[in-house]
Write a protein that binds this ligand. Structure first.
Ligand SMILES: NC(=O)c1ccc[n+]([C@@H]2O[C@H](COP(=O)([O-])OP(=O)(O)OC[C@H]3O[C@@H](n4cnc5c(N)ncnc54)[C@H](OP(=O)(O)O)[C@@H]3O)[C@@H](O)[C@H]2O)c1
Length: 310
């Protein structure tokens, strides 16, 4: 990666025009849905994926499918990274940063934790590429429907250039703070909640079943009450059906619990619950459910007692 001259940098004091062309680097479960939401909203999308066959279907929706990250970012006003982890983000942007337009803004949306976000911020600074830490809340369906919630950390002066892009992918933007890393910190807090309530749902369904009560009655009992939660019904139904079609992949959740544990330890917060969650998600992965949905964490509790086989 070579850095571009500072004079060419699109300064945070100069907002510049809103984006029309967006590069999406990583068209897995989330990136493909985000790319389609952008296309529906009239953006030109330049897509790249490490495994080309996973990006190719986007061509039918109107995306320009490119052969490399550098080709994808060429001419793009906004560059979105949605690959798996911090290592992948740093690899891809090390390759692509020098090819970014001087007026481009990088939205780093993959869940990569705080240490890798600091490395990504340093990479962006070295390339004179304005960056917002922009993780996404929501799974495959919200990504496809443009109903994510985008969590942003970074200078507000970039907002006018990226807001139409964020609006195309989401129903809401939450500005977590002016520093890169603050969006990721909020994302880690949200994913600690999701990992916890998914495992808690699995625990209650297994407990009911193990105590010879129809597990469906757990969902009926909490329905409409103060402890009710739409996510418990959504994931609980998948658990009862044994349908673990990936929406939020279990190995991804396991990766996130590790990132959350590292951040919690750094913040001096207790990690007892996180350690237990980490063990449960790793146990389900070891049983072969890593590529399936996070709902398969129930297999760490029940070893196949609840729902159908999957
Ligand atoms: N699924 C969710 O509910 C959800 C929600 C919010 C945020 N996220 C986060 O969004 C990101 C993407 O998640 P996903 O669910 O879309 O995952 P996914 O379906 O497993 O896709 C992962 C993507 O990362 C790419 N990738 C992995 N390693 C790479 C590398 N070394 N170099 C280049 N590309 C690489 C994959 O390319 P290949 O196709 O070549 O393997 C694929 O495009 C993750 O950080 C995840 O934590 C996920």
């Amino acid at each position: 990666m070579t850095s571009r001259p500072q004079a060419q940098r699109a300064g945070t004091e100069n907002p510049g025009p809103p984006a029309r062309t967006v590069a999406v680097l990583g068209t897995g479960t989330m990136g493909a849905g985000m790319a389609r939401s952008l296309l529906r909203n009239g953006f030109a999308v330049r897509a790249w994926n490490r495994t080309p066959s996973r990006a190719q279907p986007l061509a039918a929706d109107g995306a320009a499918v490119t052969g490399s990250p550098a080709e994808a970012v060429t001419g793009a006003d906004v560059v979105i990274t949605m690959v798996y982890d911090g290592e992948a983000v740093l690899q891809v942007m090390t390759e692509a940063a020098a090819a970014c337009s001087p007026a481009a803004v990088w939205l780093q949306s993959a869940t990569i934790g705080l240490a890798a976000t600091a490395q990504a911020t340093a990479l962006a600074e070295a390339a004179a590429l304005p960056m917002l830490d922009a993780p996404a809340l929501g799974t495959r369906e919200p990504a496809e429907q443009g109903k994510l919630v985008m969590l942003i950390g970074g200078p507000r002066s970039l907002q006018s250039r990226v807001q139409p892009v964020l609006d195309a992918m989401s129903t809401r933007t939450v500005w977590a703070g002016d520093l890169p890393g603050q969006g990721m910190a909020l994302k880690l807090a949200c994913n600690a909640w999701i990992a916890s309530i998914t495992a808690a749902t699995a625990q209650s369904l297994t407990l009911a079943s193990g105590l010879a009560v129809d597990p469906q009655l757990f969902l009926e009992a909490i329905s409409g009450g103060p402890s009710d939660c739409a996510y418990a019904h959504h994931k609980g139904a998948q658990m009862l059906a044994g349908d673990f079609t990936p929406s939020f992949g279990l190995d991804g959740a396991s990766k996130d619990v590790q990132l959350i544990t590292e951040a919690a330890a750094r913040a001096g917060a207790d990690t007892t619950l996180l350690a237990a969650l980490g063990e449960l998600y790793r146990a389900a992965s070891a049983q072969g459910y890593g590529k399936q949905d996070i709902a398969a964490v129930i297999r760490a509790f029940d070893r196949g007692l609840v729902g159908g086989p999957s």
